[in-house]
Design a binder for this molecule. Structure first.
Ligand code: BTN
Length: 237
């Protein structure tokens, strides 16, 4: 890691760490942008991401050349595994087996979403935006999943800074030393709740049953008429 350029930006306020990360990434291998307040946070599916006071808002820019095949398509899943691992370190034992990866990388405790990931890219970088409800659970009014906050499920939680650095270092580690694809898929599958139906954006009224993960990290689903589909995580613009 010695020759890598991995700067960190710790902001007080910004509109979105996704935009900030694009502005400061050039010439670096990895960049961390974190902010205390985020005024126009963006979520997936065009939703907004609310700024709960004391929560984590961060983006990690990863130089795309460092992510070889097959590591790049597995990054969404790998990010989910990493977040699951980090939170599990601090969870109260009553919740240790109630924390789930909602494919590919939302993290739920029971049915409440405690963190979400937004992935975007340009020619040179992949931007991994992560919002974590460490302190408060914002009330979601735009159709997103009900939120929970990590603080309600832990023995004790370290500072946001420590959690952010664990995630930054984790993302650097899994980029530079990727785990074998089979291991990634197996690990993710162990932490998913296979009982929960999946709803597709194109047909939101119809439940699909998750069946398995493919070796590329896609989610195979089946509907009640037997039709099957492999869903890929859409992280490229
Ligand atoms: C989701 O909708 O589940 C993804 C939410 C991602 C939110 C984070 S907060 C830090 C970064 N900056 C943003 O504007 N969005 C992401």
């Amino acid at each position: 890691m010695n020759n890598l350029k991995t700067p960190q930006y710790w902001l007080q306020t910004t509109d979105s760490t996704m935009r900030e990360a694009r502005e400061v990434s050039q010439g670096n291998n990895f960049v961390l942008v974190s902010t205390i307040e985020q005024t126009t946070g963006r979520g997936t599916k065009g939703r907004s991401w609310l700024c709960g006071k004391g929560n984590i808002f961060m983006t990690v820019a990863i130089q795309i050349d460092l992510l070889g095949d097959p590591n790049l398509p597995l990054l969404p899943l790998n990010t989910g595994i990493l977040l699951h691992e980090v939170y599990s370190r601090y969870l109260h034992r009553d919740f240790q087996d109630r924390i789930w990866i909602k494919w590919p990388n939302d993290i739920l405790v029971e049915t409440k979403k405690v963190s979400g990931v937004l992935m975007e890219s340009d020619t040179n970088y992949l931007y991994v935006g992560i919002g974590i409800n460490t302190a408060v659970a914002p009330v979601v009014t735009d159709g997103g999943r009900h939120s929970g906050c990590l603080n309600d499920y832990v023995r004790s939680l370290p500072s946001n800074k420590k959690i952010i650095l664990e995630i930054y270092e984790g993302l650097i580690g899994l980029t530079l030393n990727p785990r074998p694809a089979e291991e990634v898929v197996k690990n993710a599958a162990q932490h998913m709740d296979w009982e929960q139906p999946v709803f597709l954006r194109s047909k939101p009224e119809k439940p699909w049953r998750p069946i398995c993960l493919t070796k590329h990290g896609e989610l195979k689903v089946r509907c009640d008429k037997g039709e099957e589909r492999a869903l890929s995580a859409e992280y490229l613009e």
